[in-house]
Design a protein around this ligand. Sequence first.
Ligand code: MLT
Length: 260
Amino acid sequence: MKAQVNGIELYYDAHGSGQPVLFIHGFPLSGRMWKDLVDPLRGRYRLIVPDLRGFGRSQVTAEASMAVCAEDLAGLLDALGEAGPAVIVGLSMGGYIAFEFFRRHRGRVRGLVLADTRAEPDTPEAARDREQSAQRVLSAGCAELADSMADKLFATDAPAALKSTWRGIMRATSPAGAAAALRAMARRADSRPTLASIDVPTLVVVGETDVLTPPSTARSIHQGVAGSRLEIIAGAGHMPPVEQPARFAAVLRAFLDSLT
Ligand code: MLT
């Protein structure tokens, strides 16, 4: 389905009814990464699963800052009639946007799930690498980026078919969408000062062999957010909802059930 929000057309799927749960995907992915969670969770919750601007079936724009994406998501909740607070689930780049959503719309957050993400901003070197990567995807497309990401996203023993499916999805990402997100991530705010202000129930979750945002990174978020819960998903790298959907769904379900 499509909604007109914040001046663009945003694609989303919505399933079930009950407490709204908004899922924010990582880079360079799409809402499809959450699909295996739908059946285990739709019975009790309203699952709202957008493609962020620049990804999947949503409109591509040159500007895609974390703030703009957070406003897209607030607009989507408005468009869906969800005035009450939602649980915000963000993985990696989705976590950066979740932090921004919390800073801007604290009253609309019932709980936070910060999956395989980090609070630190980019170092100057990382920001320079992102800019080079943005220029490469704009001139040569997303194939090289997709191939290098496919090796880092998954646990080393993840099934080859899974890696190859996601390599294909990432290769199909719009170069302009990927470049806009790379530049936006390079400019993102430092979320470390936000951690102490998070006063909603928070679940921090990470794949045990995540090499992009390892368990030590999740632990520092967990230590910074008073009362947060930390869960480590066995047998998963950076993509637990895709690699270990049953384990991830069980952890998420227990957290969601604890809020009601
Ligand atoms: C992601 O999975 O969203 C990316 O690894 C985030 C990043 O590049 O910082």
